[in-house]
Ligand binder design. Structure first.
Ligand SMILES: *[C@@H]1O[C@H](CO)[C@@H](O)[C@H](O)[C@H]1NC(C)=O
Ligand SMILES: *[C@@H]1O[C@H](CO)[C@@H](O)[C@H](O)[C@H]1NC(C)=O
Ligand SMILES: *[C@@H]1O[C@H](CO)[C@@H](O)[C@H](O)[C@H]1NC(C)=O
Ligand SMILES: *[C@@H]1O[C@H](CO)[C@@H](O)[C@H](O)[C@H]1NC(C)=O
Ligand SMILES: *[C@@H]1O[C@H](CO)[C@@H](O)[C@H](O)[C@H]1NC(C)=O
Ligand SMILES: *[C@@H]1O[C@H](CO)[C@@H](O)[C@H](O)[C@H]1NC(C)=O
Ligand SMILES: *[C@@H]1O[C@H](CO)[C@@H](O)[C@H](O)[C@H]1NC(C)=O
Length: 615
């Protein structure tokens, strides 16, 4: 029997090659940075393949979302159950049948090696490397990571699927997607698996307690400064029902002793508290780099009342292709793997508690039209939209490198290729900030010698990330504000410098420099849009508290509301500053929305009132 199958498959290969169907071909131009081609994969080794199937009803996702998130909708706030979401978007039977028939009937893969995932969103085929190569017209290699020595199997030169299969499949794993693409915005030690360069824009410096007392909010931003800037003083009443989480990827950790030092000074009721760790894929809060998590938890826990539990979603195993997948998979099993089947190393599938607000101060893939990136990030963004349907708010930092991509990397597109080092070229945004279902937060500062009563400016310590997506089209809910900016304030750059039809971001802003934190046993000035996101997430968490207390739903996806008429006065407009990159001044901040500071910083009482006025 085995022999017959093998023979049959060989025939299929010949057919594939001779008829030459390069349909659904996905190519990676080169071995991803940081990795090198080590050797050919052994042909007899099992390589479980996952075929992510095209989901149903995705063309209605925006309509479904607007129905619950547009403030003018009679169904505002009537979020969906997770079950309804799973049922609505489950791939069609036609897709399942087509891929199954291709594997089994056409290529002779035995039925017990083909399984439909529990949620019906993917087909797993347990095949050997040789079989995978025949099925996909690919050449599988083992790649080694230069710094960590980690090994991954993939086929960087691409793969093909026949047309009648390709239209039912989003992505095949593992293929061209094998690298770790998580990059912390902030300093990560050299031993880190994340393999990132330190952010050159944000240079932390220690500050003494005496200096802290003598300086204003232009020189050291304390919790009190933030409360004053945004009139953000809220005593929560629904902490038993309300939740907030902060995502930390890889070995980004916070020390209990640093939190205690910070809380003694700024939030005495919190002394002794630490975040509740929710481990995803083995993530933990043991040893690692302090910069990011310290900033996040000093701010979120410092700003929110001690009665509000704060969760740390510690995502481990960050060497997999796209670690944000691990976070999304932990919330939604349909995004994840078949239980018990190890692929992409994912084991935590839909089994983690979902917070009402999640703050993400990391960036992942660059936002440009690369055939290996677009399918992955589109699926991630769609998943963020689907999760938002259930009432979650995703808040993310907009980046610390202006109109270029990547902290410290400053990538710009030169002739369609991402080139690091801030060259002249096309602006490149980053995910997840440019996903329209994410609320992206840019960074501001109190200008030198100004007080909290004067308007903030865009940060100058580093250029706050912002611009226009090359992947996601501009949604209707921001059309009026963004087209006004383009018509009135946008610099006259050549047509290929930025994408005038893309989703504009950030959506909002909050202070990002120089933030007082307690790190490594002393007070330090830190920052980045990494600070702005958790500040804004804290604001939205307080809005949720008040709505829950009033018997209303959480706010979920807030972007359509933020840009609507009813919220026109809920922000402090920021009109001064730019976000340079790619050898340009980037964009200027301007009255109304701009791609540096979005709609502006929150005016908490007005924002709260606007959200409480909604059903
Ligand atoms: C794939 O099949 C082989 C041989 O039957 C088996 O040893 C291996 O555990 C299977 N892998 C998965 C992920 O099912
Ligand atoms: C925490 O995770 C790291 C990997 O990031 C691992 O090396 C370490 O053993 C883990 N520690 C604990 C206590 O689980
Ligand atoms: C925190 O909330 C409690 C009531 O739940 C209140 O008594 C206390 O004053 C609040 N703390 C701060 C710092 O606002
Ligand atoms: C980009 O392409 C143009 C035209 O094909 C060529 O003249 C130029 O040298 C290229 N630039 C780089 C940096 O490769
Ligand atoms: C913008 O802010 C800078 C300080 O960062 C200040 O010097 C300048 O005067 C401001 N410009 C305007 C137009 O307010
Ligand atoms: C701020 O005030 C200090 C001290 O008065 C002065 O030296 C400095 O030039 C001022 N900076 C700005 C930007 O006005
Ligand atoms: C510009 O953005 C749109 C999405 O709005 C996209 O379809 C298009 O391919 C982008 N153009 C370039 C050159 O990246």
């Amino acid at each position: 029997m085995a022999f017959v199958q093998k023979f049959y498959r060989l025939i299929a290969l010949v057919v594939l090659v001779t008829t030459g169907l390069p349909v659904g071909a996905v190519y990676q131009r080169s071995v991803p940075e940081g990795w090198s081609l080590h050797r050919r994969a052994d042909s007899d080794v099992f390589l479980p393949l996952k075929f992510s199937l095209v989901q149903s009803n995705l063309d209605h996702l925006d309509a479904y979302l607007l129905d619950v998130a547009d403030p003018r909708s009679p169904n505002y706030g009537k979020h969906w159950s997770q079950t309804k979401v799973a049922e609505t978007f489950r791939p069609s039977k036609a897709s399942v049948d087509a891929v199954h028939a291709w594997l089994a009937a056409e290529n002779g893969i035995s039925l017990h090696n083909i399984q439909l995932s529990r949620n019906g969103d993917a087909i797993h085929a347990n095949v050997t490397v040789a079989e995978a190569e025949r099925l996909l017209g690919a050449e599988y290699n083992v790649y080694r990571h230069g710094e960590t020595g980690a090994e991954r199997v993939g086929c960087h030169q691409g793969y093909t699927l026949p047309e009648h299969v390709a239209k039912h499949v989003d992505i095949v794993w593992p293929t061209v997607h094998f690298r770790n693409s998580a990059i912390s915005r902030r300093d990560v030690s050299a031993s880190s698996l994340l393999h990132v360069e330190r952010d050159s824009g944000v240079t932390k410096r220690p500050i003494t307690e005496a200096e802290l007392e003598a300086t204003g909010c232009d020189q050291a931003v304390t919790i009190d400064c933030l409360r004053d800037l945004y009139h953000f003083d809220y005593v929560p009443v629904a902490t038993d029902k309300n939740t907030i989480g902060v995502a930390e990827f890889g070995p980004n950790v916070v020390l209990a002793s640093d939190l205690a030092l910070f809380f003694q000074m700024y939030a005495p009721e919190r002394v002794g508290q630490v975040p509740t760790v929710i481990s995803i894929e083995g993530g933990n809060n043991s040893i690692g780099s302090l910069g990011e998590a310290t900033l996040d938890f000093d701010l979120v826990m410092g700003l929110l009342n001690a009665t509000q539990e704060v969760r740390q979603y510690a995502v481990g195993n960050v060497q997999t292709e796209a670690p944000v997948d691990e976070l999304l998979g932990a919330f939604d099993a349909s995004f994840c793997a078949l239980e018990g089947v190890e692929e992409e190393g994912l084991t935590d599938c839909g089994d983690k508690p979902i917070p009402n607000v999640i703050s993400i101060s990391y960036h992942f893939n660059p936002d440009f039209n690369d055939p290996t990136i677009v399918p992955v990030v589109s699926r991630q963004c769609t998943e963020i939209g689907k999760l938002s349907l259930t009432g979650i708010t995703f808040v993310a930092s907009s980046g610390d490198s202006g109109v270029s991509y990547g902290t410290g990397q400053h990538g710009c597109l030169v002739n369609g290729t991402l080139v690091n080092g801030n060259p002249v070229g096309t602006f490149v945004g980053q995910l997840p900030a440019s996903c329209p279902y994410v609320t992206a937060v840019g960074a501001t500062s109190v200008a030198a010698n100004n007080t909290v009563d004067e308007p903030e400016v865009a940060t100058t310590e580093f250029p706050s990330g912002g611009g226009f997506s090359n992947i996601f089209a501009r949604p209707d809910w921001q059309e009026a504000q963004v087209s006004n900016y383009l018509a009135t304030f946008a610099p006259d750059y050549a047509a290929d410098i930025f994408n005038r039809s893309g989703r504009g971001y950030p959506d909002v802003a909050a202070n990002g420099w120089p933030i007082v934190v307690a790190e490594s046993g002393r007070f330090t000035l830190s920052g980045g849009t990494s600070a702005s996101a958790p500040i804004f997430a804290s604001v939205i968490t307080s809005v949720n508290d008040a709505r829950i207390a009033a018997g209303k739903s959480t706010v979920g996806w807030i972007n359509p509301a933020l840009y609507s008429e009813a919220f026109a006065h809920a922000f402090n407009d920021v009109t001064n500053g730019t976000n340079p990159g790619c050898q340009t001044e980037g964009f200027p901040a301007a009255p109304g929305w701009d791609p540096v500071t979005g709609l502006g910083t929150p005016n908490f009482p007005l924002l709260l009132a606007a959200f409480l006025a909604l059903p």
